[in-house]
Design a protein around this ligand. Structure first.
Ligand code: FES
Length: 119
């Protein structure tokens, strides 16, 4: 499972703030959100997988251009187009995709999550 001990850095180091007030679904395990921050080239699914533990996965399937969907019941990302499935660490679990997803560290500081997206 994911590493939940994340030391959040600064915006200058590529950490992007996601205020939990804007993403209240991320406060509780099982919650997820599609997060798009074009200025940071950040297009991810963020999911809360256990208390105080989040994952952030690139939201576009590596097989094609389809947007992935988070399955909280399975804690997996699934592609609605041809059925590829990805682990929370981005690893392909089921093809036809044959390339892992990019994943990004997520930590909490104050009442915000921070995703590490170095440019
Ligand atoms: S585009 Fe995702 S499995 Fe084909």
């Amino acid at each position: 499972m994911s590493d939940c001990t994340v030391e959040v850095g600064t915006a200058a180091e590529g950490w992007v703030e996601l205020p939990l007030a804007e993403y209240p679904e991320l406060r509780e395990p099982g919650g997820s959100a599609n997060v798009t921050v074009p200025s940071a080239l950040l297009y991810v699914i963020v999911a809360c997988v256990s208390p105080e533990c989040w994952v952030a996965l690139w939201s576009t399937c590596t097989h094609g251009a389809c947007g992935l969907e988070w399955r909280p019941d399975l804690q997996l990302a699934e592609c609605p187009c041809h059925g590829s499935v990805f682990e929370p660490d981005g690893t392909v679990l089921l093809g036809p995709a044959d390339r892992d997803l990019a994943v990004f560290a997520v930590g909490r500081r104050g009442d915000s999550l921070w995703v590490h997206r170095p440019l």
